[in-house]
Every structure is written in C-alpha cells, then in structure tokens.
Design a protein around this ligand. Structure first.
Ligand code: SF4
Length: 270
C-alpha cells in the first residue's frame, strides 16, 4: 500500500478502525443548549450502564445491520457491523451542521470514535459527544477532536440495580469519573454541558449532592436540568413543583442553567 492511501487520521486505510454501530441518521438536536440545530447522529452500540428511563435500550447490543436515514423514516442505505470508520457517510451537504456521536455510549469504542470525529472535523463539521462520562481516560483521547462534550451526571435513583456502577460503592466511582471528565473537558477548552435527568423518584439529597460536587466547575459548564420523558421502566413525569425547586437550588449554586425537556419527543420524532 502506498503511503498516500491514508485516512484523515493519518492511519493507513487497512488499519482504519472498525466499530459496532446501531444507526446513522439526520435529525435536529433534541436536548440541551443546541436543541433544534441540524445534526447527524452516529449511534454507537454498547453501554455499561442501565438507566430506568433509557430510551435506547436497543443500543445495548450490536445489531447485524446499521440503517442510514436521511431525516425521513425509510433507510436510504444499510451498512453491516463491524463498520469501518471511513464508511460513515456525511449526510449533510455544507459545513454548518453538527456531528453527534451518541449511544449506547461512545466511550466503549474510543479509537473508532476518534477516527470518526477526526474525519468529520476535517469535513468542516462541528463535533459533539453524548456520553454517560464513566471513563475519563477514554474521553481524553477524544477531547482533541471535540467542540462540545454533552455528558450526563447520573443520579443513583435513576439507575437499575443490575448495570455497572449501580451499587452504592461503585456509584462513588461513577461520580468521581463524571467530575474528572468535566475537569478534563474544561482544561481542554472543550464546551462542557452537564445534563441531569430528573425523575419523580430522585431525592432532594442526591440532587443537592450533585450540585455540590459540580459547584467547583460551575464557571466552565452549562448545567441542563432535563425533566424525564417517560420511557422504558420510568412511567411517570416529573411534578412541575419539584422541577422548579431544583431549578432554584441550582441557581443558588451560581450555575449557568438550561431547563429543557427532550424537544424531539415533544415533536413526536424518534
Ligand atoms: S447511559 Fe444512556 S444508553 Fe446507557 S442505559 Fe443510560 S440512557 Fe441508556
């Protein structure tokens, strides 16, 4: 192979990374400060967590086929797992759209994800990573290729007892990973969005502990309080009075805040 046959990561194409995907689709961003922005999503397979409200349970395992959708329901093309990073298409023409790597959780396949991010950055796209932020070392490899990190801070009452990090001991480890991810993103000057999904069963104590833990980083992040969209095992909406109490408490801590539901669900989009 000639040296000219390289990917944008500088890897010979024969060494380009393969990865397990669930789907690739064009839509608008449905969560957080970038809500409504045209975005291409690449959904990576696999996630070690198990959230009560998970709306992507099909992403826990890798499917054989990976549909590509251009914003309408019907797949325009199908890839097969494992997918070479270089085969991930650019569904938007022009340079003003975003690529969002989502899941599942992309941190389980960092080399593959790094190559996708690198490719899309060289196409002029902005890049966003959506993650549960459980692995700061994996995140570190992606930060140079990211414009924005959108990470979850998980509350114990929203996790099921059989996923990773669900026991009280390992939950401390998860929260310390969250904080190290925030710290690394701020140090790398990557935009940092921290999302807390609020359900009817979260306790005042655990939410306030989350605010206290994040407080030292408040100048470097935007905090999103997201009232849950009932899904999977979470059947109830959040009472508005609780949402307002948490919002005021977060303001007391001096966070830059957005209070936002998932707008794509409001519009009836997947
Ligand atoms: S981290 Fe995301 S993909 Fe994983 S279980 Fe929770 S909501 Fe589902």
């Amino acid at each position: 192979m000639s040296l000219a046959q390289t990917t944008s990561s500088g890897l010979p194409s024969s060494q380009a990374h393969l990865g397990e995907l669930v789907e690739i689709f064009a839509s608008v961003q449905g969560e957080g400060p970038l809500a409504g922005v045209p975005t291409q999503f690449v959904r990576v397979a696999g996630c070690p967590l198990r959230c009560r409200y998970c709306d992507t349970v099909s992403s826990y395992r890798s499917p054989r086929e990976v549909p590509i959708r251009d914003g309408f329901a019907r797949p325009t093309e199908t890839l097969f797992n494992p997918v070479p990073a270089e085969r991930v298409p650019d569904l938007f023409l022009g340079k003003r759209s975003w690529l969002a790597l989502t899941g599942g959780d992309p941190l389980g396949q960092p080399q593959f994800c790094r190559e996708i991010l690198d490719r899309f950055q060289s196409l002029g796209k902005k890049t966003l990573l959506e993650t549960a932020a459980y692995d700061p070392l994996a995140l570190e490899t992606l930060l140079p290729h990211l414009d924005v990190l959108s990470m979850d801070y998980k509350l114990v009452s929203t996790l099921l007892p059989y996923g990773a990090y669900s026991s009280p001991g390992s939950l401390g480890e998860l929260h310390s990973s969250h904080l190290r991810c925030v710290e690394k993103a701020i140090q790398a000057k990557v935009g940092c969005i921290v999302k807390i999904v609020l359900t009817q069963t979260v306790t005042q104590e655990e939410v306030e502990q989350a605010f206290r833990n994040l407080h030292p980083f408040r100048e470097g992040l935007t905090l999103v309080l997201q009232p849950v969209t009932p899904a999977h095992l979470e059947r109830n909406k959040l009472d508005q009075i609780f949402l307002k109490q948490f919002w005021w408490k977060a303001m007391d801590h001096g966070f830059e805040i957005r209070v936002l539901p998932q707008i794509h669900k409001q519009m009836g989009w997947d």
